[in-house]
Design a binder for this molecule. Structure first.
Ligand SMILES: [Zn+2]
Length: 203
């Protein structure tokens, strides 16, 4: 094997990327060739091979930097989302009454009578003489509170004055579901009650 071939092989020999056969060839050769041994020593001592290492490390580090940036964005988004949820949650809690009116709609009527009602009396829910079931969350239930003074009778008329529900008894402490009432229609409630104070809730 001539010196030029050995010199060609020396860089990969130094890098440790050649086959064992080549390593043996180079080793054998430099044992009896001072020129090539010197050349090998020179290559091995050349700082250029050392300088290459930081470059390789830098290349290896770059993907990690990208991951870190991605991770950073994830953390920033998480903080932003948490902040938004907190703010929206704050508004919801501030306005819990309004939210309750949507999801748990309820209107109340109070009747105060000293004698047994012989005639139907209009029932005013929240000072309104009619009720409209606007949201889908209305259960269309009428509750006669347990601390009231007895059972009551109810009937319901539509906006034309037609009776749509006739004489339903709502026992003391019980609820009655008014089936057949539609959404977004005006309904007028009338009551007959024994003497006393009555809290009637529509939910
Ligand atoms: Zn040689």
């Amino acid at each position: 094997m001539n010196c030029n071939t050995i010199k060609d092989l020396v860089p990969s020999y130094v890098d440790g990327i050649c086959s064992e056969e080549t390593i043996e060839l180079v080793d054998d050769h430099i044992q009896h060739c001072k020129t090539c041994q010197d050349y090998l020593n020179m290559i091995q001592q050349q700082p250029v091979y050392v300088q290459e290492i930081p470059e390789k490390v830098e290349k290896a580090v770059k993907p990690f930097k990208k991951i870190n940036r991605k991770r950073y964005m994830q953390v920033v988004s998480a903080i932003a989302i948490t902040f938004m949820i907190t703010v929206i949650g704050g508004f919801v809690i501030q306005d819990v009454g309004a939210v309750n009116q949507i999801f748990f709609p309820m209107k109340s009527a109070v009747i105060n009578t000293e004698e047994d009602m012989k005639e139907w009396e209009p029932l005013k829910f929240n000072d309104q003489n009619y009720l409209i079931f606007k949201s889908i969350f209305w259960k269309k239930k009428i509750t006669n509170y347990a601390n009231n003074y007895g059972d009551v009778l109810l009937r319901v008329k539509d906006s034309s004055g037609n009776i749509v529900i006739d004489e339903v008894q709502v026992p003391n402490g019980k609820s009655v579901e008014l089936t057949g009432l539609k959404r977004n229609e005006q309904y007028f409630f009338e009551i007959k009650s024994p003497p006393g104070q009555f809290l009637i809730n529509a939910t």
